[in-house]
Write a protein that binds this ligand. Structure first.
Ligand code: GDP
Length: 422
């Protein structure tokens, strides 16, 4: 499961559509497998309304979702592909360089950065972008609100390059804009994806061959993509130089490596509000953002001797090491301690040791926020995110580890970019 897990955050300037996008992602990931309900528009809308009222998921520190990747041609997204787990970690919207922002960035493996197709790069996003660069968090850009009057996808792509210094590359280009937003060009697969006219939740899409002007537009974008990947990725670069055929799989793998190493930033466009493009964005999350196995081991240290570094390897067979990144008072469950496991695993009833307080406490319950409920789980594995109940002496930023395992975590390090993005 670990290679099929993504721990991501969604960042945006206020009003760019972070909440709307999060809702749509939760809809597709939380409800998608409940086929009956998806076809029944009423039921899903009711669900969304309940959700708004309670707000437990949207405002939660971390929500665990499931996504079946890659719908088959011409069918709805209900067609089951491979099941993926996407944990969405709340990244505080107000970016004032608080410890909270830094801490949430530490537990992310990747992020979607949302832009307004009319407003482009806004000051707050520049701040988030710099923070993410500091922590080397791989990013995908979603140019949202393509249905708005004045939406300009290519202008936002240029601004992402110029103002943020990002090596941005288009992977999903909107077909049309404003009230003519009808689909997307899937540059990687060189296909057209047409959305249904249904703006309600649960809209479908069809995949077709490209026609007319779209053929040239896609060809140009595809050449750009191959050039961009070849520039930064040795394997694709070598084939490119030798004028060998680069297969679809090789291109995708190269793009994935380049995104994870922060050498490229894939850009997609659509409208979260009208459900256009969100499903393909989720596919891109799975395809290009890293799994916990793709990131280097976290580096911990001995609390008594900060010189002594301890490698914390993502594996269930290692000793348990986790980072408590958010405390949450839940009126039904009590105090929730959200944590990310860096190494080993934890079972309900296990004892965890806090090297800061040098005390151990028993984990009464383990909970994940899934769809619209708190779900009790028995085990939380390496790389995953959950909440503990029953732990009292803890503050955010604490390391919680196996009994007498004296290690505290430093910010995880990501691969150093080979070229400077600035
Ligand atoms: P946040 O502040 O980033 O969380 O933004 P919200 O998700 O609350 O969205 C701000 C406003 O923009 C709301 O009125 C949304 O309905 C609207 N909005 C969000 N996404 C879209 C979109 O794709 N198209 C249009 N036209 N409006 C959108």
């Amino acid at each position: 499961m670990l290679e099929r897990t993504r721990n991501i955050g969604i960042a945006a300037h206020i009003d760019a559509g972070k909440t709307t996008l999060t809702e749509r992602i939760l809809f597709y990931t939380g409800m998608i497998h409940k086929i009956g309900e998806v076809h029944d528009g009423g039921a899903t809308t009711d669900w969304m309304e309940q959700e708004r009222e309670r707000g437990i998921t949207i405002t939660s520190a971390a929500v665990t979702t499931e996504w079946w990747q890659h719908a088959e041609e011409g069918v709805t997204k209900l067609f089951p592909g491979q099941k993926q787990r996407i944990n969405i970690i709340d990244t505080p919207g107000h970016v004032d360089f608080t410890a909270e922002v830094e801490r949430s960035l530490r537990v992310l493996d990747g992020a979607i950065v949302v832009f307004d197709a009319v407003a482009g790069v806004q000051p707050q996003t520049e701040t988030v972008w710099r923070q993410a660069t500091k922590y080397n968090v791989p990013r995908l850009v979603f140019v949202n609100k393509m249905d708005r009057t004045g939406a300009d996808f290519d202008n936002v792509v240029s601004e992402v390059k110029e103002k943020l210094g990002a090596n941005a590359v288009r992977i999903l280009i909107p077909i049309g804009a404003e009230d003519q937003l009808i689909g997307q060009i899937d540059v990687v697969n060189q296909k057209a994806v047409y959305f249904s006219d249904d703006d309600k939740f649960g809209s479908t899409y069809t995949v077709r061959d490209l026609e007319g002007d779209l053929v040239d537009l896609c060809k140009q974008a595809h050449d750009e993509l191959i050039n961009a990947v070849a520039d930064v990725d040795d394997q694709v670069g070598e084939k490119f130089l030798n004028e060998e055929v680069i297969t679809l799989e090789e291109l995708k793998q190269g793009l994935r490596r380049a995104t994870i190493a922060n050498l490229l930033v894939p850009v997609a466009g659509g409208s979260a509000f009208k459900n256009k493009g969100v499903q393909y964005l989720l596919d891109a999350v799975v395809d290009y953002l890293p799994s916990p196995l793709d990131i280097p081991a976290a580096i911990g240290m001995n609390p008594d001797n900060e010189e002594e570094k301890i490698e914390v390897i993502t594996s269930d067979n290692e000793k348990f090491v986790s980072l408590a990144f958010k405390l949450w008072a839940d009126k039904f469950v009590g105090k929730l301690v959200f944590f990310r496991v860096y190494s080993g695993m934890i079972k309900k009833g296990d004892t965890v040791y806090n090297p800061r307080t040098r005390r151990s406490e028993r984990v009464g319950r383990l909970i994940q926020i899934q769809a619209n409920e708190h779900k009790d789980i028995d085990v939380c594995y390496s790389g995953d995110i959950a909440a503990m109940v029953g732990i009292k002496n803890v503050t955010t930023g604490d390391t919680l580890a196996a009994e007498r395992h004296d290690v505290v975590l430093e910010p995880p390090t990501f691969p150093e970019p080979v070229i400077s993005m600035a």
